[in-house]
Design a protein around this ligand. Structure first.
Ligand code: MG
Length: 358
């Protein structure tokens, strides 16, 4: 490293470059190994959707989406849903959120009102209240818009314990949380709906490409769907494929669980408008960020029952079993079986092909 090294957009894009920044520059400085009275079961080093300390699930997210309002949502609904989803995918019930605004001097109060109304509506619909917050204003030379940070906490409940008991009826399971590292050979992978909707809706609206007439962001809290899924049980891991898309999420699972993943292209739901936008722009739907989707790893014996349950929720109506976990010997990372019957390696994107979508 030289003193001239600078932050690039890729450092905040959720992919490999950001993970390197965290592991090389942050982890050792934030080490808390001397604090023996704390029980940190999922730490920063796990780079999971949330951390867990003394059985409290805790996560934070900053939102810089541009534009602030887009088809299907706005920065407010995005901030609330994103944090709720990161908590819920650990297998727990999200219980409360915080909200921090950074506003530019001169920002229209009318726009702020709309964003706050949207946050209130999304949080009430999900049953997760915003109970603390902070507001700062900076001069218009520093910022021309607004940013929102949301943090949230979740609590373990008996549904997660029961889910884990059900896993153990079928295979070994050591953990107490639904971590990225829990997958084992044979597990099936369910995707709760079509991919790429958020990134492509936002991009085409922002760039005026015109797909937005039919395409909306999928931004939505998934906590009710996830609670329903846990009622079936046998879920070993869950993740929301946000920045870096499905490709990044599956690669994180493959690496952390030390397994191979076979995904079947034909089974992955992609809307026609997303497909054609991606073709035109030279983008891969697998790399595009989502804000209302989850991937769920489940013991194979319960995959069909779980899929049927997920499909009863409006956010899960297009859900599908999109692949399965194989051994590292058979598949090194993530491999896609294509529609024409070939196979191709799916790498995690280095950065985000569509910046500032969340
Ligand atoms: Mg996440």
């Amino acid at each position: 490293m030289s003193k001239h090294d600078k932050i690039t957009m890729a450092h905040g894009a959720g992919g490999r470059v950001m993970q390197e920044l965290i592991s090389k520059r942050i982890l050792d400085k934030f080490s808390a190994s001397e604090l023996k009275d704390l029980n940190i079961e999922v730490s920063l080093a796990d780079l999971d959707d949330s951390a867990v300390v003394n059985d409290i699930v805790f996560t934070t997210d900053s939102h810089t989406v541009d534009p602030l309002f887009f088809p299907g949502g706005d920065i407010g609904s995005l901030a609330v849903a994103g944090t709720i989803n990161d908590i819920a995918v650990m297998g727990v019930k999200p219980i409360a959120l915080s909200c921090g605004f950074i506003l530019s001097e001169g920002f229209a109060i009318e726009k702020l009102d709309k964003i706050i109304t949207s946050m209130g509506e999304t949080s009430r619909a999900a049953g997760v209240p915003i109970i603390t917050g902070d507001t700062k204003v900076v001069d218009h030379k520093t910022l021309h818009s607004m940013f929102v940070n949301t943090s949230g906490i979740g609590m373990r409940n008996e549904l997660l314990d029961r889910n884990i008991e059900i896993i153990k009826e079928y295979r070994d399971f050591n953990g107490r949380w639904l971590k990225d590292s829990n997958l084992k050979v044979g597990d099936k992978i369910i995707l709760t709906g079509s991919i790429g909707d958020h990134g492509i809706a936002l991009l085409s609206y922002r760039e005026g490409i015109g797909f937005e007439t039919e395409l909306k962001s999928d931004v939505a809290p998934l906590n009710y769907l996830i609670q329903g899924a846990l009622e079936i049980g046998g879920i070993v891991a869950m993740k929301d494929p946000t920045r870096g898309g499905l490709a990044n999420a599956l690669n994180e699972w493959s690496e952390k669980s030390d397994v191979g993943i076979l995904a079947i292209e034909e089974q992955i739901p992609v809307k026609e408008s997303v497909h054609s936008a991606c073709e035109m722009l030279g983008l891969d739907p697998l790399n595009i960020g989502n804000e209302g989707k989850a991937i769920i790893g489940v013991v194979p014996q319960l995959a069909d029952e779980l899929l049927a349950k997920i499909k009863t929720y409006p956010e899960g109506k297009d859900a599908a079993i999109i692949g399965e976990v194989r051994s590292r010997v058979e598949i090194k990372g993530v491999v896609l079986e294509t529609i024409v019957g070939g196979k191709r390696i799916v790498d995690a994107p280095a950065g985000d092909p569509v910046p500032r979508i969340c």
